[in-house]
Design a protein around this ligand. Structure first.
Ligand code: R5P
Length: 303
């Protein structure tokens, strides 16, 4: 029988406990500490494990979180687990998926190959930046799309305009419009590869009087969604909400969005929560549990 093991931190614990509940599996908290020289330590407090679903998100500091995930997978292997599924609600380094400039690494490839090398035969995550990155994982890998579930949980109704702030996010807006009965549109964003500076190519958007949801995978600095929001309000939108799978812990990003005129920020519980009256956090672990069971990755236990 499988157990759900989670690594340190509020986000991993919260996600894993909701996931374990939805699958009817036992939840085990890994012990963790930091050695005086800064090295991480983890331990799964069990004598033996048959099958493990190791849940640990790649929150800041990402490098340490990745190391902890690798160590947890290795620990489960050391306890005799015949099958290990690694689930990181947020996959860090996913935006470093291409050698944009000569001499750069494909960092996401390193991360995924390391998780496999540590002993996980399956990798699961929520809305990785680009799904094709999963091909770097030598085993089975799945990215769970949370947006329709999140939109329903947040009460977003039909007739909404879903806006992708760049072309990469267009399939997300299309899916939402199709599932919920709305419209979609997109902006074209340009990012300077050296300075990181973003610009939006001017475009007419039919947003007059509409409720618009800007949908993206990640809110990092908030710059992308803030620019999109300004364009929408200039185009006459009545209300603008932003929905993203991952809200990164970057100072000032929530305020940047609110200053731009965003009414509400809807995010999944993949990273440590940001307590703010206008940030709504949707628990997507039950969705993940359903997908893992449906895909035959983990067997649900009847409770
Ligand atoms: C980029 O392609 C991603 O999908 C996001 O749009 C981006 O990471 C958001 O970053 P920021 O919030 O800093 O504009």
């Amino acid at each position: 029988m499988a157990i759900v093991v989670h690594g340190p931190g509020e986000a991993s614990r919260g996600f894993a406990s909701s996931l374990a509940r939805s699958l009817g599996l036992e939840l085990v908290a890994a012990e963790s500490k930091t050695f005086p020289d800064g090295e991480a330590y983890v331990r799964i407090p069990r004598d033996r494990v048959e099958e493990a679903l190791v849940v640990h998100t790649m929150a800041r500091p990402q490098d340490r979180s990745i190391m902890e995930l690798l160590m947890l997978v290795d620990a489960a292997r050391g306890l005799g687990a015949r099958r290990i599924v690694a689930l990181a609600p947020y996959t860090a380094y996913a935006r470093q998926d291409t050698r944009f400039l000569p001499g750069e690494p494909v960092s996401i490839s390193l991360v995924l190959k390391s998780i496999y090398a540590a002993g996980a035969s399956v990798y699961a995550t929520i809305e990785i930046h680009k799904e094709h990155s999963l091909r770097h994982f030598p085993g089975r890998a799945i990215s769970i799309r949370p947006f329709t579930y999140m939109a329903r949980e947040a009460g977003i109704g039909p007739g909404t305009l879903f806006l992708a702030p760049d072309l990469g996010a267009l399939p997300r807006a299309q899916e939402l419009a199709g599932e919920l009965g709305g419209d979609y549109d997109y902006l074209v964003k340009r990012r300077d590869r050296v300075t990181g500076e973003i610009s939006v190519v001017p475009k007419d958007i039919d947003a007059s009087g509409r409720v618009v949801v800007v949908v993206d995978d990640i809110i990092s600095t908030g710059g992308t969604a803030a620019r999109a929001t300004r364009s929408l309000l200039d185009a006459g939108a009545r209300r603008v909400l932003v929905m993203a799978a991952h809200l990164l812990d970057i100072e000032g990003n929530v305020e940047r969005l609110l200053d731009a005129g965003v009414e509400e920020i809807i995010v999944a519980n993949t990273l440590p929560g940001r307590s703010h009256p206008r940030v709504r956090i949707v628990d997507v672990a039950p969705l993940a549990g359903g997908v893992l069971a449906r895909e035959g990755i983990i067997t649900r236990t009847d409770t």
